[in-house]
Design a binder for this molecule. Structure first.
Ligand code: NAD
Length: 497
């Protein structure tokens, strides 16, 4: 019998039944491994009611107690991260070592949020006027919603929920229906860590559950990560319903290689960042901008590294796993076809790869295009697969201009040994996260993650101080403890004296 994955509401697996469900695949075999319940509005309402009921006690739980629970969760996660990674590989397909890396990066945010005592501090000014003090405090929002994508089923939720919970909010997460199990395991870990029931809830589903979150008056904020068209919809709908929204979106990350760069290092990193996780990373490099003087050598170096990559089942020690679904694999393969038709040079063709895995898996091998033009769909669109495009350029300025003219602005990298060029690059590119000889510049947890342009809707990035800001509201208190000298009538506007 196919396993069933259901919601986690008020500290337990949900006991009801749903009319609708979705298939969860093992992408390395192509088999359906489970059915996941799709929440109706009624179920969503029950989850919001549980989170709302848990909020008053959780927001009043002392910072000391909250910190202890955060530490306990961190310890459990650290001890059981292999289990989370195994679930990710089984449903997403990325190789086990990559899945472990994902959990570790999520754990960093948990560790950051353990410092909530420091992060929740306000300010205090004594004697701003005679006998008057002013201080600021930050308070949680209430019930907050998190909607996450398939490509990081543990890390992306952990960009948000550790901070939201540490700040005193209660959470409803709607994971991707493609790989819902990691969230369920983390829900059990929270319970084990002593988090009160109702503070962390998981509701599975599709648009119906998402719309329920967007429209529900008791949900105060939405943190979304996913593709750009959906992110735009989430931002517009959520804000129209009076919510605070941060919607992180799609990407097309360029890597600019200057002639003075170490070309072997650049080729290694282009391969790692282009094909890691089968290119299903929002920070994957999908375009290499090669200066014409070194382009031939760079393309040759990238191409000569690719045959060594082993594509196959992520549980077998391969370098690259399958794509997440058959539909997605076919979509990526169609881009390869379109690139060939448009006249790009197909240097390495990943269609029909030799794989270490079952024939039914959603396979597509690493693919390299050269002589890509900026009007081709393989350049304009986010492909989200193991397809790397080389665009040949003639100057530094042309490279920066291309990056700035692209719709997306999530991440970018420059490879050079020229500090002045790198400094100019970081100053001039219209992108949120910059790598200097670092191909995947995902910020550490105490900085904030987020792109520019069509890669982010809203103004607040994830985690770091901005994360705490997003999940709290400010109050300023002006206080005076009266004594007889404060008497008397004065209708004028208060000024300092
Ligand atoms: P997606 O947009 O298809 O789905 C994201 C979430 O939205 C899922 O939970 C899904 O169930 C829900 N959803 C899907 N269609 C919906 C609809 N019509 N109405 C309401 N909700 C809907 O994205 P995905 O395929 O899961 O993830 C890949 C995308 O996420 C890529 O575009 C990638 O660049 C992006 N991403 C961005 C970042 C970032 O930080 N900028 C990080 C990771 C992934």
């Amino acid at each position: 019998m196919t396993a069933r994955i259901t919601h986690w509401i008020n500290g337990a697996e949900w006991a009801g039944s749903e009319e609708r469900s979705g298939d969860v695949y093992d992408p390395a075999t192509g088999q359906v491994s489970a059915k996941v319940d799709f929440a109706s509005r009624t179920t969503l309402d029950a989850a919001v009611a549980a989170a709302k009921a848990a909020f008053p006690a959780w927001r009043d739980t002392s910072l000391t107690k909250r910190t202890q629970i955060m530490f306990a969760f961190r310890e459990i996660l650290n001890a059981r991260k292999g289990e989370v990674a195994a679930l990710i590989t089984a449903e997403h397909g990325k190789v086990l070592s990559d899945a472990l890396g994902e959990v570790t990066r999520g754990q960093e945010v948990v560790e950051f949020a353990c410092g909530l005592g420091q992060l929740m501090k306000g300010g205090f000014s004594e004697q701003v006027s005679t006998g008057i003090d002013v201080y600021s405090i930050r308070q949680p929002l209430g019930v907050v919603g998190i909607i996450s994508p398939f490509n990081f089923p543990a890390m992306v939720p952990m960009w948000f929920f550790p901070v939201a919970i540490a700040a005193g909010n209660t959470v409803i997460i709607k994971p991707s229906e493609k790989d819902p199990s990691a969230s369920m395991l983390m829900a059990q870990m929270w319970k084990q860590a002593g988090l009160p029931d109702g503070v962390f809830n998981v509701v599975h589903g599709d648009k119906e559950a998402v719309d329920g979150l967007l429209e529900h008056p008791d949900v105060k904020s939405i943190s979304f990560v996913g593709s750009t068209p959906i992110a735009k919809y989430i931002y517009e709908t959520g804000t129209r319903h009076g919510k605070r929204v941060q919607a992180l979106a799609g990407a097309k990350n360029h890597m600019l290689v200057l002639p003075d760069a170490d070309l072997d290092l650049a080729a290694d990193q282009a391969v790692n960042a282009g094909f890691g996780s089968a290119g299903e990373r929002c920070m994957a490099i999908s375009v290499v901008l090669a200066m014409d003087t070194v382009a031939d050598a760079l393309v040759a170096k990238i191409a000569e590294r690719m045959p060594a990559l082993r594509t196959g089942d992520g549980r077998r020690g391969c370098d690259m796993g399958p794509l997440v679904t058959g539909v997605h694999r076919d979509k990526v393969a169609a881009y390869v076809e379109a690139g060939v038709k448009a006249g790009a040079t197909l240097v390495v063709d990943g269609r029909n790869p030799v794989v270490d895995g079952e024939p039914g898996g959603f396979w597509l091998g690493p693919t390299l295009f050269d002589n890509v033009r900026t009007d081709m769909t393989i350049y304009t669109d986010e492909i989200f697969g193991p397809v790397l495009s080389v665009v040949r350029i003639h100057s530094f300025e042309e490279g920066v201009d291309l990056i700035n003219r692209h719709e997306y602005g999530n991440g970018t990298a420059i490879f050079t040994n020229d500090g002045g060029a790198a400094r100019r690059f970081q100053n001039e590119v219209q992108v949120g996260m910059i790598g200097i000889n670092v191909p995947i510049p995902v910020p550490v947890a105490y900085y904030s993650f987020g792109g520019w342009k069509a890669s982010l809707f809203g103004d607040t990035h994830a985690h770091g101080v901005e994360g705490f800001h997003f999940f709290t509201r400010g109050k300023v208190v002006t206080s005076r403890w009266l004594d007889p000298s404060h008497g008397g009538i004065n209708l004028g506007f208060p000024t300092q004296s």
